[in-house]
Design a binder for this molecule. Sequence first.
Ligand SMILES: [Fe+2]
Length: 223
Amino acid sequence: MLPAESECLVGGIRPVQRLANAGASAEKRSAAGNLRVMRVAEGFASVNELFGALNAARDADDEGGLSILDHCLQCADLIKVARPDDVELQVAALVHDLGWLERAPNGWALRLDAAHDVDGSQLVRRLLGPRVAYLVGSHVAAKRFLLATDSSYRAVLSARSETTLEFQGGVMAPEETEAFVALPEWEDLVALRRADDAAKIRGKLVPGLDAWTAAVEEVAAAG
Ligand SMILES: [Fe+2]
């Protein structure tokens, strides 16, 4: 459940704006004048910093009492089973929703707006490389693609995914789906998206964050 703007989440992570304000959040006034510029998320400088954000996500509600960290751990675990040889895809699953966070004076704050895929991609690109950034940056597009091509897909969407769809561009048009399947990694994007949708089970036991240290370090070393 999305928190109200003034509501403090468990552990003190505070939403910086309402979901309904999506769109405006992707822009801000430049220091030089009135020109509005796109927000650019500063990339993680180290594995330690990345794990700091993941730890902060432990206190950020994803939906219905499930934390963003637990959701990401479930997603990564599903991909590890489905794609045991693709460590980059597994790590992309682990970090795919970190774009909901942004730096705050004392750590990380939760921001609820339309650009979490783009911001997440920017956050991880420097540390984890272009493929992981690409996978993270395209996981919303995969939702829009599946809605257009799989008649049974809408039934698996969570309430929040339905809500966010409104400002993520809605269902893909036919020409967009043609472009999507021309992407080199489109099947990986679909696999990530399906794991994303399935990774919302409260109380499910999966390996914790420590279990992912070696994989993240491996991808960071190659990135
Ligand atoms: Fe997700």
